[in-house]
Write a protein that binds this ligand. Structure first.
Ligand SMILES: NC(=O)c1ccc[n+]([C@@H]2O[C@H](COP(=O)([O-])OP(=O)(O)OC[C@H]3O[C@@H](n4cnc5c(N)ncnc54)[C@H](OP(=O)(O)O)[C@@H]3O)[C@@H](O)[C@H]2O)c1
Length: 326
């Protein structure tokens, strides 16, 4: 049996539960492909899965430990082996995508299913490291701005957490949709957020957006530090408050605002249909091609540095995306 080293999570807990462990190279079935990984994502969602918090997530992830213990969901790499029934790819193709709850991408070899995983040919203009993280911040913010928040040209959007993976994407996507974009970030990240295209930047350690007179069509809290109740006065008459971070209060707000004009919304992007996510990725590839979007990767790590990478995730201070390279 051929073996490889992979990032393995043997128990729920702090970053040091992660280790680099010898595991078998995956065997592929008829509808699967094997890739040699170039890069994979390291995301806040990975940190959530590693910690097993919130606890109700363990119903899906595994009650006492992860059912799929090899970490990572985003990937980019080269196809090296094909199952008998695979028609869409050939050996040597460069691909990228996302395995969602199947995990397994923080490893040098990854098995991908044509049916279950998102696997796309890597366009020449996208760097593999950039591609490996595309299905986290960019895809999520595309879904939140386009579908959950229904942002239209000429509208005003406030992006809270503008320097994170979802935030850096949201600033650029908001502009590409023709909206007026305000970003909320720290003084340290102000210049970067301006360069990404924000029309207005509010530095949260100097000013509070709640104190301004501006009202927004959409408030997108990418990191879950605000609440619908607090933001409600800052929404226009039919304004929406959206966040990818689920909490008890957001869940309650979603129900109570069902019949109100101002709405609160959450969605788990990874649970959308594969067809829908692929159509979003087509749009995203077009924006990357046009130069209207760049996917910021601020730092890369090697497998043996995975604990350090997860400590950075847990700090809540990372800039844009981080990635694992092989
Ligand atoms: N529902 C979904 O479909 C879905 C999909 C993917 C991710 N998510 C979730 O989305 C969340 C965001 O992920 P992410 O990767 O974008 O986060 P992240 O990159 O870790 O965000 C950190 C950034 O937020 C900034 N920040 C911290 N406190 C702030 C504050 N009070 N105001 C404004 N900015 C602040 C930090 O900069 P400073 O420290 O310098 O301020 C840092 O740059 C995670 O909880 C993740 O689990 C949900």
């Amino acid at each position: 049996m051929k073996m490889m080293q992979a990032v393995y999570c043997s128990a729920y807990g702090k970053p040091n539960v992660l280790e680099v462990r010898n595991v078998p190279v995956p065997e592929i079935g008829n509808n699967e492909i094997l890739i040699k990984n170039i890069a994979s994502s390291i995301t806040r969602a990975d940190a959530l899965m590693r910690s097993g918090n919130p606890k109700f997530a363990r119903l899906f992830l595994g009650l006492r430990k992860l059912k799929n213990p090899i970490m990572g969901t985003g990937f980019s790499g080269e196809v090296i082996k094909l199952g008998e029934h695979v028609k869409a790819f050939k050996v040597g193709d460069l691909v990228y995508g996302e395995t969602t709850l199947n995990f397994g991408t923080n490893a040098p070899y990854v098995k991908l299913s044509e049916e279950k995983d998102i696997v796309r040919k890597l366009p020449k203009i996208i760097e593999p490291i950039e591609a490996a993280t595309l299905c986290d911040g960019v895809l999520t913010s595309y879904n939140f701005l386009k579908s959950v928040g229904a942002l239209k040209a000429g509208q005003e959007v406030l992006v809270i957490g503008a320097s994170g993976a979802l935030g850096t994407a949201a600033i650029q996507l908001g502009k590409s949709f023709g909206a007026k974009v305000t970003g909320v970030c720290s003084a340290k990240n102000e210049e970067m957020v301006r360069q990404l295209g924000a029309d207005v930047v509010i530095v949260y350690n100097q000013d509070n957006f709640l104190d301004s007179n501006t009202k927004y069509d959409l408030i997108y809290d990418t990191i879950g530090v605000s609440s619908f109740e607090a933001c409600k006065p800052k929404l226009k008459a039919k304004g929406r408050y959206i966040s990818p971070v689920l909490s008890g209060s957001l869940l309650m707000d979603m129900f109570t605002t069902c019949f109100s004009q101002k709405k609160a919304k959450f969605e788990a992007t990874g649970l959308k249909s594969k067809e829908k996510l692929n159509s979003y990725l087509e749009d995203i590839e077009r924006l990357l091609f046009q130069g209207a979007l760049k996917n910021k990767v601020s730092k890369t790590f090697r497998m043996e540095e995975i604990v350090e990478a997860h400590k950075l995730l847990d700090s809540g201070r990372k800039q844009g995306n981080i990635a694992l390279i092989f």
